[in-house]
Design a protein around this ligand. Structure first.
Ligand code: 5GP
Length: 345
């Protein structure tokens, strides 16, 4: 007989943050920088823990260049050639501490990752990304990568439950990517019926990770700065964004003109668009389950970054957190049935 878990599980849209009395005068007083020391690599990080997703539209060198000026992080997608990496590393050495090199489980991927890490010692982060982080095979892969790169910081995922977070941390990962199905161009829930409401996944996975001195990334499902704040409030150490960074000058993907308006193509890493682009390279990465959308062109990503950081700073002042680090401790979520007044939508 199938089991039904009757505990309520929530998404960002189901809650709001309750304001709290505070002594903070202005959002300019809020410090968004965080410092972490990672459990397995023993390496340290300081920055604003927001990450551009390792999608070929968003996890670009151009994005890394801009985001690193704001102390944000970029997970570089896995489709760049070594030659392109070389060009980037030589002309932007300052960016290297703020990027990860990505890999799926395919042998070609891993070979390229190894070459990148051996050639560019400034790249200290590895992002191991598979659609389904629950396979034993993936756990073994994480162990192998840890053995080969004992002092690189390893991000690994995606999972949504505490027991798998623990298993991946014990296998050698430092930061676990949390999220199955919440992504803006993800169709996993539709295609498979599998998923987990993102806010609850983050709360539960953060608890599991922090118990082992590990860290988590809330990956996917943020639609606005308020959602980013909720993810941090729920206990995420990092928040990864795809859709919110899409449509900018710094993005990869075609630019399209329609009726005098500019759009940029944004697509899931296992969408047909991505598969066609990287024939043979995507099938083993994201088994299927992605779509393609046209995003209205938004110009330079700087203004979006400012909007997100301004929003999160403001959240901190509403709940009385002088530092981003204090946000989850100051968080009380209220369950709601309505968030926004839509009268003018
Ligand atoms: P967003 O911020 O756009 O809501 O979510 C970004 C995340 O969606 C990525 O970091 C990645 O985990 C996930 N994602 C990207 N492409 C695909 C895809 O084709 N299929 C699925 N299931 N997830 C995807």
């Amino acid at each position: 007989m199938p089991r039904i878990d009757n505990d309520v599980k929530l998404d960002f849209k189901d809650v709001l943050l309750r304001p709290k009395r505070s002594t903070l005068k202005s959002r300019s007083e809020v410090d968004l920088l965080r410092s972490f020391t990672f459990r397995n690599s023993k390496q340290s990080y300081t920055g604003i823990p927001i990450i551009a997703a390792n999608m070929d539209t968003v996890g670009t060198f151009e994005m890394a260049n801009t985001l690193s000026k704001f102390s944000l992080f970029t997970a570089i997608h896995k489709h760049y050639t070594l030659e392109q990496w070389k060009e980037f590393a030589v002309s932007n050495p300052d960016c290297l501490p703020n990027v990860a090199a990505s890999s799926g489980m395919g042998p070609n991927d891993f070979e390229k990752l190894t070459e990148i890490l051996e050639l560019f010692s400034g790249v200290r982060y590895i992002c191991l990304d598979v659609a389904n982080g629950y396979s034993e095979h993936f756990v073994e892969f994480v162990k192998d990568v840890r053995k080969k790169f004992p002092d690189h910081t390893i991000m690994a995922g995606n999972v949504v439950t505490g027991e798998m977070v623990e298993e991946l941390i014990l296998a050698g990962a430092d930061i676990i990517k949390v999220g199955i199905g919440p992504g803006s161009v993800c169709t996993t829930r539709k295609k498979t019926g599998v998923g987990y409401p993102q806010l609850s996944a983050v709360i539960e996975c953060a608890d599991a990770a922090h118990g082992l001195d590990g860290h988590i990334i809330s990956d996917g499902g943020c639609t606005c700065p308020g959602d980013v704040a909720k993810a941090f409030g729920a206990g995420a150490d990092f928040v990864m964004l795809g859709g919110m960074f899409a449509g900018h000058t710094q993005c990869g993907g075609e630019t399209i003109e329609k009726n005098g308006k500019m759009y940029k193509l944004f697509y899931g890493m296992s969408s047909e668009t991505a598969m066609k682009r990287h024939t043979g390279g995507v099938a083993d990465y994201r088994a299927s389950e992605g779509k393609t959308v046209e995003v209205e062109f938004k110009g330079e990503v700087e203004s979006t970054v400012r909007d997100i950081l301004g929003g999160v700073r403001s959240t901190c002042t509403y709940v009385g957190a002088a530092k981003l680090k204090e946000l989850s401790r100051r968080t009380t979520f209220i369950r709601v049935t309505q968030q926004l007044n839509t009268v003018f939508n």
